[in-house]
Design a protein around this ligand. Structure first.
Ligand SMILES: Cc1cc2nc3c(=O)[nH]c(=O)nc-3n(C[C@H](O)[C@H](O)[C@H](O)COP(=O)(O)OP(=O)(O)OC[C@H]3O[C@@H](n4cnc5c(N)ncnc54)[C@H](O)[C@@H]3O)c2cc1C
Length: 424
């Protein structure tokens, strides 16, 4: 008992040892389960990675602690716990590259910052290329990454073969010419990121309210007044909509129509194997990416299901497409059994880049449009959204993520695929 008070719920090696000796009876829940108050200074709708990191940095960086995160399900039950966990800073366009560069730096200190093991593993990411034209494009991207202060090395075919000897280098359709190696890229345990930020925010005084769905947004005279929820009305001078795949539906509660479509992305994991894939591999031609989890499962995914949906589960044609791409890249993948597959709802914008901005309603903010790359953005998105909510100004690394760029034409089309949501 005395020990519990002495350590006040903190995590340390000494505590693990002491708890082990004392029968592990002193552990307490990682965060409180408070009832919602009638009013807060700020309310965040959505307890995913971005909502939780925003709450954490609002409290930590800006001293705003009278805030609540309202989550309709349980913390980490959305995309933050459904992704393939790839963390990287290999963007090309100014506007994107400084943001993801900032995010990767935050990732590199995250475990110390949160005192939580998010299993961030910088095992290196290799983007393969399969033609001379693609090599040129990757050389250009690599130079942009280095200019941004991040790392990139262009590997020739022999260089890739040394690192990934098990690939099919002479595939008739997509022979491997080389790869762009990003050594600081890697993976992290996705739900631990949600739990770490949740615990950190709770310890700074933020109320995390689960099973609390926002059903309406109260606006009067162009100003936000609060929200209606399944657990009653809550007043707030600032409200942030950070609900990923549900952005269109929640923004509609404030009468807004967003340039966002919701699409399904599936992921897959095999039975546990001995370590065989040491890196993250991205195979752009087949749109397939893979890594191996610390439990041994091969974790991989591919394209969106290509039709707009809120179903949170995908269909068989994309399963077949992903398996074919895996077989084309590394035939050995045909041996293990797939254990599980699942889907998440992706908030796709017409240029593939996100939105972190104010809205035309005073006090109402929006953070959305993460497409299928929002996991790696969790730290910087929270950092920049908190900055915007606290100061009223966009953070310098998020200035490109304006909502009105779809009117003004200042698009950030990293893929160069035009305005079709499902192609980004
Ligand atoms: C299969 C898959 C693979 C992916 N792979 C990667 C990857 O490798 N790397 C990468 O960087 N990104 C990846 N992503 C993308 C990334 O997961 C998302 O962009 C990111 O998690 C979205 O932000 P979030 O964590 O805040 O979303 P979420 O976790 O979905 O959070 C939104 C929350 O809002 C809540 N909510 C919705 N409506 C309401 C309401 N009315 N009231 C209250 N709460 C509400 C939801 O319940 C949910 O918990 C992948 C996504 C999927 C699905």
């Amino acid at each position: 008992m005395g020990f519990k008070h002495w350590n006040a719920g903190g995590y340390s090696g000494l505590r693990v040892l002491a708890e082990g000796l004392l029968g592990n009876k002193g552990w307490t829940p990682a965060w409180r389960d408070p009832a919602p108050k009638d009013s807060y200074d700020a309310v965040i709708i959505g307890g995913g990675g971005h909502g939780l990191s925003t709450a954490y940095y609002l409290a930590k960086n800006h001293g705003l602690t009278n805030i609540a995160v309202l989550e309709k399900g349980y913390l980490g039950g959305g995309n933050v716990g459904r992704n393939t966990t790839i963390v990287r800073a290999n963007y090309f366009l100014p506007g994107n590259s400084e943001f993801y560069s900032h995010s990767l730096k935050l990732w590199e200190g995250l475990e110390q910052e949160l005192n939580y093991n998010v299993m961030h593993s910088q095992r290196g990411l290799i983007n393969l290329f399969h033609s001379d034209g693609q090599r040129d494009a990757f050389a250009r991207r690599g130079n942009a990454m280095v200019n941004q202060g991040d790392d990139a090395v262009l590997l020739d075919r022999a260089g890739v073969r040394r690192m990934l000897p098990y690939l099919d280098f002479d595939n008739a359709r997509f022979p491997i010419y080389g790869g762009l190696y990003h050594a600081r890229g890697g993976t992290a345990r996705h739900d631990a990121v949600a739990w770490g930020y949740a615990r950190g925010a709770d310890r700074l005084g933020v109320d995390l309210i689960q099973n609390c769905e926002v059903t309406g947004i109260d606006v009067e005279g162009g100003r936000v007044l609060g929200v209606q929820t399944t657990r009653g009305a809550i007043k707030a001078r600032k409200v942030a909509m950070i609900v990923a795949g549900r952005s269109g539906q929640v923004a509609a509660m404030a009468g807004m129509r967003l340039p966002v479509e919701s699409h399904i992305l599936q992921a897959f994991v095999t039975e546990g194997l001995k370590p065989c894939i040491d890196h993250v591999i991205s195979f752009g031609m087949g749109h397939f990416y893979i890594s191996q989890s610390d439990k041994g499962g091969l974790v991989f995914g591919g394209d969106l299901d290509f039709y707009a949906s809120y179903a949170q589960r995908g269909n068989l044609p994309m399963v077949e497409h992903v398996m074919e791409a895996g077989m084309a890249l590394m035939p050995m993948i045909g041996r293990p059994k797939v254990l599980r597959s699942w889907g998440g709802i992706m908030d796709m914008t017409p240029d593939g880049s996100p939105i972190i901005d104010k809205t035309h309603i005073d006090g109402l903010f929006i953070d959305c449009g993460w497409n299928y790359g929002g996991f790696k953005a969790v730290p910087a998105s929270g950092w920049c959204m908190a900055h915007l909510m606290a100061t009223g100004e966009s953070h310098e690394v998020a200035r490109g993520f304006r909502l009105n760029r779809f009117e003004t034409g200042h698009l950030l089309d990293e893929e160069g695929t035009g305005s079709q949501h499902n192609l980004h």
